[in-house]
Design a protein around this ligand. Structure first.
Ligand code: IVH
Length: 716
C-alpha cells in the first residue's frame, strides 16, 4: 500500500460541511462519494478485503445521504443509497494463487531448443555438463490449480491472470479424473496443477448433441473444455466429458520431491492421471528426438496437443533458474510447426497500431488452417509485400503457428487474375489522413498524427486494458471503439469515470444491465493498479512487461518514477541536437540508463513519452482516478540487500553473473550495469576491471563472491 496520501485534487470538497456547499460543489461531491463507496463495496463484498474500517465507510454513506437530502435534484442515477449491499460478484469468486501460475516461452525450431539448453547451462555456470529434462506433451486445454488439505480436495481455480483465478471448485468436483481424496499417504498441503481438456471424440459427440438441441457449438476441443468448465451452474459442467492431466505443483508441504519425473510418479500414486508419454530426457539431443517421436504420434493421440514442454528435471536447479517476467527460465514449450492452407486474398487493408505503425493486413476468403478458421493474416510491412509480390485477388498460402497471428507465406503467381495490380503502400494514415513517414533504415511507416489519430488512441486504450497491463475484462476492440466514438473514453482516466454513463450505456444495443454492471465492476477493481502493470499499460515504445518491471523495481512508486522520468527527459532535451551525448546528460538520465538492461535507445523512448504534453496530461488525469500501488517487494526480501543498488563485475565461480543478478533482484535489490555514486555495493570476481577501479575511486564497498553468497543467504 502506498503510504502517501494522494494530493488534494482541485475539486476536493470532502472537508467542507454539507450545508456549506454550492450546488456545483455538491454535484462534484456526490460523484466522488459514489465512486468511493462503490470502490469500498467492491473491495468488501467481491474481494472480501475491506479497504477502510467500517466507521469510515459508514461516514461516507451518511455524508452521501445528507447531500441527497439537501440537493434532491442532484441525486445520481448510480446513487449508492439506492443499492442494497454490493453488486453480486460478477460470476465466480476470485482465488489468489499463493504461487503464481505462469506461462511458457516458446521455441519454434531445433535452434531455439539448443539455445534454451545453452542459456540454462550458461546461467547455471554448467557449460561443460549435461542437464536432464522432463519432456511432456503440451496439452491444448486450460490450466487449473487444485488445492488439497490433509489429502482432501478443498478448492480449485482457473489460471486467470496468473495471480488470481476464478473459483470453480463446484465445477471441478464433477470431474471424474480429479480425485476428491488423495490415495496413499498424502502431504499436509498440496496444490496440484494441470490441464483440463476434452478428447477429440468426446468433443465431436458433444457438439453433435449440442447442435441437435439447438445449443451453442464450440470451435475446437479447447474452447469446448473452457466453456464447459466455466459454467455458473455446475450441473451443466457435470454433463460435459472433461478430463484432467496433472503435471505441476503449486504450494507444497510434504516430504521433499527432487525432480519433475519423480513428481509425476508421486502424482500417479496419489490418484491423478499423468500423461503416459512424459519422458525423462538426459540432454538436449534427447529432447530433439522426443519432439520428433511425439510429432509422429500426434495424429493418433486422442486429444489435441500444440507442442511439447521441456522442464529442467531437478527442482533445485529450477529454483536457481527462477523466472523472467511471467515465464520460468527452466521450461519452454516447443511448438509444432505451422499448419498451412491455400485461399484467396480478397483485399489488403492497412491497420494503424498503438505507436502509429501502419501494418498491412490480408483479408482472406475464410479457410480452415489446422482446425481454426482464418480470415485475416499479417503482411508485416511494405517491403514484405513487395518481396512476396502479394496482390489483391491472388491465391496465397496462409500459415498459423500456435497463438501467433496467421501469416502469408507466399502468393501463387500462376493463379493470379490478369487484372491484379501491385499494391501501392499509402503515404498517409488511412485513419486520420496525417502524413505517414518511414525513417531511413526502418521497415515501418508510421502515422505522425499521435493521439489526434483515433486509431492510435483506440489502440493505446486497448493496450492499457490488456492482460499484462490493467487486465480489464469486457473491453474488446469493438467496445473500446464504441466508447471512444461516443467520446466517453478518450484516455485511460476516462475509463474510471465511465460509471457516469451507466444509464445511457445500458440502453445501447449489445450492452444491457448485466454486461455494464460486469464491466464497471471490472474497472472498479483496478483502481489500485500495480506499478509495473501501469507502466507497461502506458504503451511506451520498447517498454514491454520485463522493462516495466525493471522500472517498477527500481523506482518503487508511481510518483517517484514519474518525477525521475520527467527529470531525465528535461536533461535529455537540454542536450538534444546534433551533439547529443546521452551519457553526459545528467543524474536522472544516468540513473535510468544505469539500470541493468535499459539502454540508451530505450531510455530515449521513455523520455520521449514524457516530452509529449498530451502524455503528461493523460497521466495527471489518470493519477487523479487511480491510486497506483507501490511496487510490491518480493516476499523473501533480504534486509541486507533490499533497496540497495548492486553492480556485479568480473567472473563468478559458483554461478553465472546472470544468476547472481536475478538472485539479487529477487531479494529486492536493484542491479545496475555501471558504477556510480548511487551504487551501494560492488560484487567483484576475478578479472574485474574498470568497474572495480571506479568503485575504489568512489569509495564504494567491494565484496567477493563468497561474501555475496553469505549476504544473500545462499549458504545458510
Ligand atoms: S507447465 C510454469 N506442462 O501450457 C510452467 N504446461 O503455455 C507451467 N500446458 O499455462 C506450465 N501442457 O496451460 C506445463 N505438460 C505441461 C503442459 C502445460 C499444457 C499449458 C498450460 C500452461 C501453458 C503455457
Amino acid at each position: 500500500m502506498s503510504a502517501k496520501k494522494k494530493p488534494a485534487r482541485k475539486s476536493d470538497y470532502s472537508a467542507i460541511p454539507v450545508d456549506a456547499l454550492s450546488a456545483a460543489q455538491a454535484a462534484s461531491e456526490l460523484e466522488r462519494l459514489s465512486r468511493e463507496i462503490t470502490k469500498h463495496d467492491l473491495a468488501y463484498h467481491a474481494k472480501d478485503a475491506p479497504l477502510v474500517p467500517d466507521a469510515e465507510y459508514d461516514a461516507l454513506k451518511r455524508r452521501n445521504e445528507a447531500l441527497e437530502r439537501l440537493f434532491p435534484l442532484l441525486r445520481r442515477a448510480d446513487s449508492p443509497s439506492a443499492k442494497v449491499g454490493a453488486p453480486a460478484a460478477a460470476g465466480f469468486g476470485k482465488i489468489r494463487h499463493e504461487v503464481p501460475m505462469l506461462s511458457l516461452d516458446n521455441a519454434f525450431g531445433e535452434a531455439d531448443v539448443r539455445e534454451f539448453g545453452q542459456r540454462i547451462r550458461r546461467f547455471l555456470d554448467m557449460e561443460g555438463g549435461e542437464i536432464a529434462f522432463s519432456a511432456e506433451p503440451k496439452i491444448d486445454g486450460l490450466s487449473i490449480s487444485l488445492a488439497y488439505e490433509k489429502g482432501v480436495f478443498v478448492r480449485g481455480a482457473t489460471r486467470g491472470d496468473g495471480e488470481e483465478g476464478e473459483d470453480v471448485t463446484a465445477n471441478l468436483k464433477t470431474i471424474g479424473e480429479i480425485p476428491k481424496k488423495l490415495a496413499g499417504t498424502p502431504p499436509a498441503r498440496i496444490e496440484v496443477r494441470g490441464e483440463i481438456y476434452m478428447t477429440r471424440a468426446d468433443f465431436l459427440a458433444m457438439n453433435k448433441a449440442q447442435e441437435k438441441d439447438g445449443e451453442k457449438v464450440f470451435a475446437n476441443p479447447r474452447n469446448a473444455a473452457a466453456g464447459s468448465l466455466r459454467q455458473l451452474d455446475w450441473t451443466i459442467t457435470a454433463k460435459r466429458p472433461l478430463r484432467f492431466f496433472a503435471y505441476a505443483l503449486g504450494v507444497y508441504e510434504g516430504p521433499a520431491i527432487e525432480t519433475q519425473s519423480d513428481l509425476l510418479k508421486r502424482l500417479k500414486g496419489w490418484g491423478f492421471v499423468v500423461n503416459p508419454r512424459a519422458k525423462r530426457c538426459k540432454d538436449v539431443d534427447a529432447l530433439v528426438a522426443y519432439y520428433a517421436e511425439i510429432g509422429r504420434e500426434r495424429p493418433e493421440l486422442p486429444y489435441d496437443i500444440d507442442g511439447v514442454v521441456y522442464k529442467v528435471d531437478r527442482f533445485d536447479l529450477q529454483k536457481r533458474l527462477g523466472f523472467v517476467a511471467r515465464s520460468p527460465r527452466w521450461a519452454i514449450a516447443h511448438k509444432f510447426p505451422a499448419e498451412q492452407a491455400q485461399t484467396r486474398l480478397n483485399a489488403i487493408v492497412i491497420q494503424v497500431g498503438r505507436t502509429g505503425a501502419l501494418t498491412p493486413v490480408a483479408e482472406l476468403e475464410p479457410v480452415n488452417v489446422g482446425g481454426v478458421m482464418v480470415s485475416r493474416a499479417t503482411l508485416h510491412n511494405e517491403d514484405e509485400i513487395q518481396r512476396k509480390d502479394v496482390r489483391a485477388g491472388d491465391t496465397v498460402i496462409v500459415q498459423r503457428a500456435g497463438d501467433v497471428i496467421p501469416q502469408i507465406v507466399a502468393s501463387l503467381p500462376d493463379r493470379r487474375p490478369a487484372n491484379a495490380k501491385p499494391f501501392r503502400f499509402p503515404t498517409h494514415c488511412p485513419e486520420c489522413g496525417s502524413i505517414a513517414v518511414r525513417p531511413e533504415g526502418e521497415a515501418i511507416r508510421r502515422c505522425t498524427g499521435g493521439l489526434t489519430c483515433p486509431a492510435q488512441a483506440v489502440e493505446r486504450l486497448r493496450h492499457f486494458v490488456s492482460r499484462g497491463a490493467l487486465d480489464i475484462e469486457g473491453l474488446g476492440e469493438k467496445n473500446i471503439e464504441e466508447l471512444f466514438t461516443l467520446g466517453w473514453v478518450k484516455k485511460p482516466g476516462d475509463l474510471f469515470r465511465l460509471a457516469r454513463h451507466r444509464a445511457e450505456l445500458e440502453k445501447r444495443e449489445g450492452w444491457g444491465e448485466k454486461s455494464v454492471e460486469r464491466l464497471l465492476a471490472a474497472i472498479e477493481a483496478r483502481r489500485k493498479p500495480a506499478l509495473d502493470r501501469l507502466i507497461f499499460g502506458l504503451g511506451i515504445r520498447q517498454v514491454g512487461e520485463a522493462t516495466a518491471r525493471l522500472l517498477a523495481v527500481h523506482y518503487g512508486s508511481f510518483a517517484g518514477w514519474r518525477a525521475a522520468m520527467e527529470k531525465a527527459q528535461a536533461e535529455l532535451a537540454a542536450f538534444d541536437g546534433e551533439k547529443r551525448k546521452p551519457e553526459l546528460v545528467g543524474d536522472a538520465w544516468k540513473e535510468l540508463v544505469a539500470i541493468d538492461q535499459i539502454g540508451d535507445s530505450m531510455a530515449v523512448d521513455i523520455a520521449g513519452f514524457f516530452a509529449e504534453k498530451h502524455n503528461r496530461e493523460a497521466l495527471d488525469d489518470l493519477a487523479s482516478e487511480v491510486d497506483v500501488a507501490d511496487f510490491e517487494k518480493p516476499k523473501n526480501v533480504n534486509a541486507a540487500v533490499a533497496g540497495k543498488t548492486i553492480v556485479f563485475t568480473g567472473s563468478l565461480e559458483t554461478m553465472s553473473r546472470d544468476e547472481a543478478k536475478a538472485g539479487a533482484l529477487a531479494l529486492g535489490a536493484k542491479v545496475a550495469g555501471s558504477v556510480s555514486k548511487k551504487t551501494d555495493l560492488v560484487v567483484a570476481g576475478p578479472g574485474a576491471g574498470s568497474k572495480l577501479a571506479d568503485a575504489q575511486k568512489l569509495g564504494i564497498d567491494v565484496i567477493d563472491e563468497a561474501a555475496w553468497r553469505k549476504l544473500a543467504g545462499l549458504d545458510s
